[in-house]
Design a protein around this ligand. Structure first.
Ligand SMILES: Cc1cc2nc3c(=O)[nH]c(=O)nc-3n(C[C@H](O)[C@H](O)[C@H](O)COP(=O)(O)OP(=O)(O)OC[C@H]3O[C@@H](n4cnc5c(N)ncnc54)[C@H](O)[C@@H]3O)c2cc1C
Length: 399
């Protein structure tokens, strides 16, 4: 199909950032036309269940859709699935889809998210090596996990750790391999990482820390994972969870400015460098009043909140995006960690409660000021942290 059409608001991308922008446009009383274009076969869905509920025993009953099927029609939003935007002409205010359809717009949102980072080592093309980003990835992994015994999971951050917990709960023997000294070390520091390591080991997960995967071995199908220390780990299947990179290709080829993390560079109101083009979610590298610098955040609530900010900007009601980032991570039903804040670095940690009992808050501080809080089982501390961090962050002047 090709042709031309026009819309007032064009939302590019089928993730939660786009979906929440669509909802906010209608919530604000906007009655003009709204088109949401996504290259995926599914309407917008939540990704967090991909490493959690969709790997668990109730997976078949879990629906990750953001809205019910009829929501799009009842809100008069034209949902174009299986439609990749091939190019964007910011001067002409048009996009061209991969089938040649040209869509003109008044305002556009780029919410193209992030893409999987691939591990390019010998044997990377063998069968049985999985990456997790969409529900279909989880369904395939779950099917293969049935009847398999040993899983090797590559990575030491959220995706890998959550997957190891979920597959262990399904009855598999899991080995986590990571270059970091312990799981979640980069995000939460050594104290929490040691606790997470202890929890995983107590549930039967083997940890191989401080080593990189250097190859996958097998005939047709992966049978072994090899590390740079020469270790050989048997594997019936492998999951690689080594992070994601901003998918800013569409914006970049349209000439939009790209930031230091590879995202679309935006001001505090989420405007890109092109007129009438906004960005939100994983792809958006914005000038954060909270951080006092440009940042890009890859968390679901943040993407949803930015969809709201961007939608208001598209309606001519711009405001700085000043919500303190929040995210959670679940290790099966063993432990839920929730984090509020803006702390890529900190210089001290203060702990309330007991890490061993899974009932604690770690307060991360920089130059005597709280910049983040991680909690298990203490939700009231999340609000306390928001209040402490919420005022714009002034960076300490170097001595
Ligand atoms: C497995 C997994 C588990 C996660 N768990 C958690 C969690 O527990 N807690 C948490 O806070 N966060 C979690 N996250 C992160 C969270 O899901 C993301 O931050 C969030 O999905 C970002 O939403 P988004 O809308 O910005 O981007 P995405 O969800 O990446 O959506 C972008 C969309 O744009 C589409 N697109 C891209 N380019 C084009 C184009 N040219 N044309 C048309 N469509 C295009 C893509 O196909 C995709 O549909 C998880 C992520 C993953 C992958």
């Amino acid at each position: 199909m090709s042709g031309t059409s026009r819309t007032d608001m064009l939302l590019i991308g089928g993730g939660v950032a786009s979906a929440s922008a669509a909802a906010e446009l209608r919530r604000q009383g906007f009655t003009g036309s709204v088109d949401l274009v996504t290259r995926e076969p599914l309407a917008p869905y939540h990704r967090p269940p991909v490493t959690k509920d969709l790997l668990g025993p109730g997976a078949d009953r879990h629906d990750p859709a953001v809205y019910a099927d009829d929501w799009w029609q009842t809100h008069s939003i034209r949902l174009r699935t299986r439609s990749a935007v091939a190019s964007l002409d910011v001067a002409a205010h048009t996009t061209t889809l991969d089938d040649g359809t040209v869509i003109g717009y008044d305002k556009a949102l780029l919410a193209t998210g992030a893409g999987i980072r691939r591990l390019r080592v010998d044997g990377a093309a063998l069968e049985g090596i999985h990456y997790l980003r969409a529900p279909g990835n989880a369904h395939r992994l779950r099917k293969e996990a049935h009847g398999a015994r040993h899983a090797v999971i590559v990575g030491g951050s959220f995706i890998a750790v959550e997957t190891a917990a979920s597959l262990t709960a399904l009855g598999m023997h899991c080995t986590l391999v990571m270059p970091e000294p312990a799981p979640l070390h980069t995000a939460f520091g050594p104290t929490v990482a040691a606790t997470v390591a202890g929890l995983l080991r107590s549930r039967g997960v083997d940890l191989v820390c401080g080593e990189h995967v250097s190859a996958f071995a097998g005939t047709g199908r992966v049978g072994e994972v090899v590390t740079d220390a020469g270790r050989k780990l048997p594997a019936d299947l492998v999951v690689v969870g080594i992070g994601a990179t901003a998918d800013a290709r569409l914006g970049a080829t349209a000439g939009l400015t790209i930031g230091a993390t590879g995202g679309l560079l935006c001001d505090a109101e989420l405007r890109t460098s092109a007129p009438d083009v906004f960005a939100a979610g994983d792809v958006c590298e914005f000038l954060s009043p909270i951080h006092g610098q440009h940042v890009r955040v890859e968390h679901e609530r943040h993407a949803q909140a930015q969809g709201v900010t961007a939608a208001r900007g598209m309606l001519g009601k711009p405001a700085p995006h000043a919500e303190v980032p929040y995210f959670w991570t679940d290790l099966s039903d063993w432990l839920r960690l929730e984090y509020v804040g803006a702390a890529p670095t900190w210089d001290s940690e203060r702990i309330d409660g007991s890490l061993d009992d899974g009932d604690f808050t770690v307060w991360y501080e920089l130059a005597g000021r709280v910049v983040g809080a991680l909690t298990a089982g203490r939700p009231a501390d999340l609000d306390r942290a928001r209040n402490l961090i919420g005022s714009p962050f002034t960076r300490p002047t170097p001595c």
